[in-house]
Design a binder for this molecule. Structure first.
Ligand SMILES: [Zn+2]
Length: 306
């Protein structure tokens, strides 16, 4: 038996009670059984009442601020777009000609209703979509961990891409501080996530395919909207808690304004504002510390076909 990077020193291990294989050479981890059919993604419903969609949009806006220095964010092919949060964020920043590819019919419908350009399909449809729209930057956010053969998929994408085209990948970091601290009892270790990478083996995979790494880094899903308790947990204090503190969510243009946003607006007074400014300053400092220690949950790579 070999890992997809060609190492043959493999052991079996349980993570979050799921049987996994683990490569002793590169520490790539993957599920022993891939029992998630593509139909699960095609039939996926959108629960529009969920704050999750707003959270994804806030995450996408934050992500753009992180990566825009390194990559042209026009002419993007976003593979595995979900309901189009990243495309929506690109449009809010004024970038043009972004196209998403997504297997869920409901998600595509939702995106098109919100004025986004999205095609129904999977990573197998990239060549068709690229030829149709002339796209040169490729993005795969929270996708590679779902693919049954990430090396083959990324190799196919590399072959479709033109010289100088760039790819941006983001995925959970299996060696993240929180995964270790909760002994892998984490909701990112789940049946839909087939492969678990760290910075080292993801870079190996991308280079094996032929990409050259431009830059890579770490980030968190909730960014500055994480709760103070979450930041403290990452700094070794206290217990794992809910991640989210939506105080800043009303600074961005989101899909939905939920009831709690209205309530917050009604109850705004000078003291509440002062407390919020103070809490935000604390979160800014804590986020800086978490970043300096490299304790974010996700990692991202910008790579180029030279
Ligand atoms: Zn390996």
């Amino acid at each position: 038996m070999e890992c997809v990077l060609g190492h043959n020193n493999i052991k079996e291990e349980l993570f979050n009670d799921i049987p996994m294989y683990c490569c002793i050479s590169c520490r790539l981890v993957w599920r022993q059984t891939f029992d998630v059919p593509i139909a699960r993604y095609e039939d996926k419903e959108i629960r529009v009442y969920e704050t999750k969609i707003n959270d994804r949009l806030a995450n996408s806006l934050d992500r753009i601020k992180t990566i825009r220095k390194y990559v042209d964010l026009n002419n993007i092919c976003d593979i595995g777009s979900g309901e189009g949060a990243f495309l929506n964020a690109l449009a809010q920043f004024g970038y043009t000609n972004s196209v998403g590819i997504e297997p869920s019919n409901k998600s595509v419908e939702f995106a098109v209703e919100h004025g986004l350009c999205m095609e129904n399909g999977t990573i197998e449809d990239v060549a068709r979509v690229v030829a149709k729209y002339n796209l040169h930057t490729f993005t795969m956010f929270h996708l590679i961990e779902h693919l049954p053969n990430p090396l083959v998929a990324v190799q196919k994408l590399f072959n479709i891409m033109q010289q100088k085209d760039k790819l941006v990948i983001e995925t959970p970091n299996f060696d993240s501080y929180v995964f270790h601290r909760v002994n892998y009892k984490h909701n990112l270790i789940c049946s839909e996530h087939l492969f678990y990478f760290n910075e080292n083996n993801l870079q190996l995979l991308l280079e094996k395919v032929g990409f050259s790494v431009v830059v890579h880094g770490k980030r968190d899903f909730y960014g500055l909207n994480s709760s103070i308790r979450t930041f403290l947990f990452k700094l070794r204090f206290g217990k794992m808690s809910g991640h989210r503190n939506a105080n800043d969510a009303n600074n961005v243009k989101l899909y939905f304004t939920n009831e709690s946003n209205f309530k917050r607006k009604d109850s705004i007074n000078i003291y509440a504002n002062l407390i919020n400014v103070f809490k935000k300053s604390v979160r800014l400092v804590l986020r800086k510390l978490v970043h300096l220690l490299g304790r974010e949950d996700y990692m991202w790579f910008v790579v180029q076909k030279l």
